[in-house]
Write a protein that binds this ligand. Structure first.
Ligand code: PAF
Length: 282
């Protein structure tokens, strides 16, 4: 496994790979790797000849109130996990290589970037869209694999790739969960033992709501009751909403088809995100 920290070296490797005709699968990460990330690597492995992973804690996607310096970092542990997962190349750019002095271009996305996490974290998706665009160009990826866990991020990245006619194929991989149903996330590391014990209730409430709505119950009251139970249990729910899967527009009442249930609930200062597919009978 090659670890690259220099852009010129990465560009040289990209030229050689292009000439060899080998395809590249890519998994962008901010490190603190868990089982969910390793499944994305395995998905990329199944689809392409070689796999690259980036580890870059992207300052552009953190807001002023969000503590970039507190983001978990474990370079040695991450590299050991990637070696075990059969990764071929790790791209670990220094911040100055990604955003050199004078850099003045960002990717601004409307549509699916506007509500939910886009509203809660102004500028977040500008940072995600900009860094992903740069990473796709830098690596020359043929396919990039993202977790469905960050559903809105996946839709924003798909939008950017479609709107900018980029040649990279975007693959969404189903959310990887702990045995108790909690969605794998590096944020889970910040939960206290008591919060960690409570956390799976978010997915349990969502699963129960999905089943009731799929059985014909009206979404509004089902979601309001789930939110109230989460609040009573000690969560601070931010949203539990039914949306169109790609545009993230509100799901029209009475419409049949596949919607997406998006949820964010805070436990202490940790914002837990989750989402599930819902097939509505209409
Ligand atoms: O999901 C993440 O870890 C980040 O948002 C990403 C896609 C690596 C961009 O920095």
């Amino acid at each position: 496994m090659k670890v690259v920290r220099d852009l010129a070296e990465l560009q040289g490797i990209r030229r050689l790979r292009r000439a060899s005709g080998r395809s590249l699968g890519f998994v962008p990460t901010m490190g603190a790797l868990h089982r969910g990330h390793l499944e994305l690597v395995a998905e990329a492995r199944r689809r392409t000849d070689e796999v690259a992973v980036s580890i870059f804690v992207n300052p552009l996607q953190f807001g002023p109130g969000e503590d970039l310096s507190r983001y978990p970092r474990d370079e040695a542990g991450d590299l050991a996990k990637l070696r075990g997962a059969g990764c071929d190349l790790v791209w670990m750019p220094p911040v100055e290589a990604m955003y050199p002095p004078g850099a003045a271009t960002v990717i601004e996305v409307a549509g699916p970037a506007e509500g939910f996490e886009g509203a809660a974290r102004p500028g977040h998706f500008r940072g995600v869209a900009t860094v992903c665009t740069k990473l796709f160009h830098q690596t020359g990826a043929d396919v990039a694999v993202f977790g469905e866990k960050d559903w809105q991020q996946l839709q924003v990245v798909r939008r950017v790739v479609a709107d900018l006619d980029m040649a990279v194929g975007i693959v969404g991989h189903p959310t990887v969960r702990e045995a108790d149903g909690l969605a794998c996330s590096s944020r889970n590391l910040r939960l206290s033992p008591a919060e960690r014990a409570l956390a799976p209730q978010l997915a349990q409430e969502m699963r129960a709501a999905v089943e009731r709505m799929a059985g014909g119950a009206t979404p509004g009251p089902v979601l309001a009751a789930a939110e109230a139970r989460l609040g009573a249990a000690g969560f601070a729910p931010e949203y539990l909403v039914l949306v169109e899967p790609e545009t993230l527009r509100p799901w029209q009442l009475g419409r049949a088809g596949e919607a997406r249930l998006l949820a964010v609930a805070r436990l202490g200062d940790v914002r837990l995100l989750d989402n599930m597919a819902v097939r509505l009978p209409g």
